[in-house]
Every structure is written in C-alpha cells, then in structure tokens.
Design a protein around this ligand. Sequence first.
Ligand SMILES: Cc1ncc(COP(=O)(O)O)c(C=O)c1O
Ligand SMILES: [Zn+2]
Length: 415
Amino acid sequence: MNGYRCIACAETQSADFTGFVCPSCGGNLEITYDYAAIIEEIERSGIDRARSIFTFSAFLPVQRPAERFPLRIGRTPLYPARRLGGSLGLRNLYLKDDTANPSASSKDRASAIVVRRAMDIGADVVSVASTGNAASSLACVAASVGLPAIVFVPETAPPPKLTQSLSYGATVLAVRGNYDDAFDLCLTASQEFGWFNRSTGYNPFTREGKKVCAFEIWESLDGRAPDRVLVPTGDGNLLSGMWKGWLDLQAVGLIDRLPKIDCVQSESSAAICNTVNALRASGRVDIDWAKVSIDAVSANTIADSIAVDRPRDGLAAVRAIIESGGEAITVPDDEILDAIAEMSRLSGVFPEPAAAAPWAALKRMVTAETVAPDELVVCLVSGSGLKDVAGARRAVPEPHEVEPSLEAVRAALKR
Ligand SMILES: Cc1ncc(COP(=O)(O)O)c(C=O)c1O
Ligand SMILES: [Zn+2]
C-alpha cells in the first residue's frame, strides 16, 4: 500500500493519511499500491497461499495479516452449477459460495481486513452501520480477536442477523429508522466517541477485503478470469471490491483480460443501475467522475441486504460497471423469491434474498440474449438463506402435515 486516491476527484493522499474520505471533495477513497514492489515480491517468494482471506498478502494493506486470526475467512468454494446453469442452457455457470464464511456472508472478508487494520493502528472499539450482515460479521470477527464491537442496524433487520450480533456479544443499537438513518448515526457516534468505523462505503479498507474474492475465483479457475461476475448490489462496495481484485491481478500481469462485472439490484432499490443507465443513454464517453451524482431512491424490497436509498459506494460501483462493460440489471421481488428456491433445488446452495438476485438477473439476461450459452459466468452467493428464513419461507410450498402413519405418508406422496 502506498497511499489513497479519491474515486471522484483523483486527489491522492500518502499512506500515513488517517482520514476516511477525500479531504478536498468528501469522495470515497481507494487504496493504491506500488505494483512494481508487488511484482518483485511475487517473483521473490511466489504468491502466498494462506488458507484464509489473508492469502495473496502482498496485495493487502495490513501488517502481519494472519497473526492472531483464529477464524477461516474467505477461501470459499467455487462450485460448477451444471443443473442450475443447464436449466437456462448455460454451460459454464459457477457459484462462488460465500455463505461458507464464518458469519455466513461475504461481509466477513471486509470485516477481517478492517479488524486487522484496527489492530494495526491500536483502535480499541470497532463500529458499523449495517442492514444486518455487516453488523453480524463485524460482531463475529471482533469476537474472534476479543475486540469490542458496536453495531447500528435498522430495527426491522431480520431477526437471525440481529441474533447473530447479540450472540457474538456486540452492543447492538436497533435504530428506529432505516439503514440510511443507522449509517448517519453510526458516523456521528463514531466520530464523537473515537470508534474505528467499518461502515461500508466510508471505510476504504472494506473494499480491500472484498477484492480477495476475485483472487480466489482466479485461483479456482486455474489462473483464468471468467467472462462475467454477477454481484448483488446495495451500497456498491462488494461490486467495486470485486472489480478492484481483477484490476490488481491485471496490474501485476497475472491476467491479460478482465471480466465484465454485472450489477444486480432490486427494482425498488436501483440507484446504481439508474445512474449507469442514464450515463449510457447520454452517450458520454469521457466521463468526469467528479461531476457524476447518484440520485437517491426510496428502497422497499424483500432483499433487505440490498435495500439502500443512498448507495455509500455508488460512484465506485458505477465506474466499475461502466469500465468493465458490465450489465446493470434490476429484478422484482417475486423473481428474487422464485430464485431462492430454484438455486437451492438445482444447486444445493441456499441463498438469502439478496444473494438469489443474481440468478434472477441471469434469467432475464438469457431471455434478452445479453449472455451467451458458453460464457464462463460466476454468480456471487453473498449470504446464506438461514439469514432470512422468513423470506425463504415465502418462496416454498407448505410442508405436508401428516399423522405418524404409513397411510398418511402414502396419501401425502399422491398429493
Ligand atoms: C448478502 C449480501 N449481498 C449483497 C450485499 C451488497 O453489498 P453492497 O452493499 O456493498 O453493495 C450485501 C450488503 O449488505 C449483503 O449482505
Ligand atoms: Zn476528492
């Protein structure tokens, strides 16, 4: 790591900068690297293949990454999904199963790097605002190293996510308001009390954890890049992290072509897709990112993890979609619900609503012929179905209620 660059105005900061956002324009920062030094390190010692998120440590902005980290974060499976893909005529569909993370979502990737950073700088409390997953994830990772965590969630967050956070021993503030209210309150309180704020799209270190997902996909595909990766998107940090990972690999010569990064949002929480579509419709080519603004929406979707009015890493995501040539696809809630059951039935991977959205989007893309049958496609399964059992339950039929008799079983099988 050799500094920070503003995603909006491109102003740079040195590596010892301690702020979170651009001091000139308030834009989000991205962490920059000395790629020549990374190439040298890889040539000298090879790629370090730790069994956790702290693999490829030359690309990570933290010191002694794996030290004192008991949990295995990242290194999740990439499954070929032949029956699921085959149901749409897709011959090379893969699922990146991030439900296999300790707290059962992709968020653990970011929490690991942020908690490691907090330890590096001697922070004694970590905080976050979250729709639910980032809270349970930070609570989990902080508990694993004995760091106090304070989490802000909307009071409507699904009970499993709340229960996880409470079980891990975090201080849970259930905010009477939505995610955006929780975000603003966490920001003010963290500044007031000096907590290290992990909030997505504010803390530049989260993206660095999420990018490792791209490294893992690259490794699982024997050093290849897929044609496209579909990412469920709310704030846009998961998506911009995914893109950063492939850019890092390209910058050191490990890949010679980049995948398209497709953004999947709920129809009613589509601030990022709306902006991408408007920019594309305008036909502008040389976009001045400092002048791009993202209009807020009023989110209302069953996919609570991607219900966001004002995307906090929206600009980075819009840039990633446009620069990668990816699609911006929105899906309605009923298709998200269908996708939960279809993915589960045809692949054995059980997604929460947000994590099912990419499959719903892929179905639309096949119909629109924006994806070809032979493309190598990866859907990111970013959170487990157990995170929102009530959501999943809406997607499946009722069980057969039977008396404890063989006759009743026979009758049920005929129904
Ligand atoms: C399961 C799941 N999928 C996708 C996302 C979207 O990530 P982002 O808000 O960075 O776009 C989240 C964020 O909470 C999530 O929990
Ligand atoms: Zn700036």
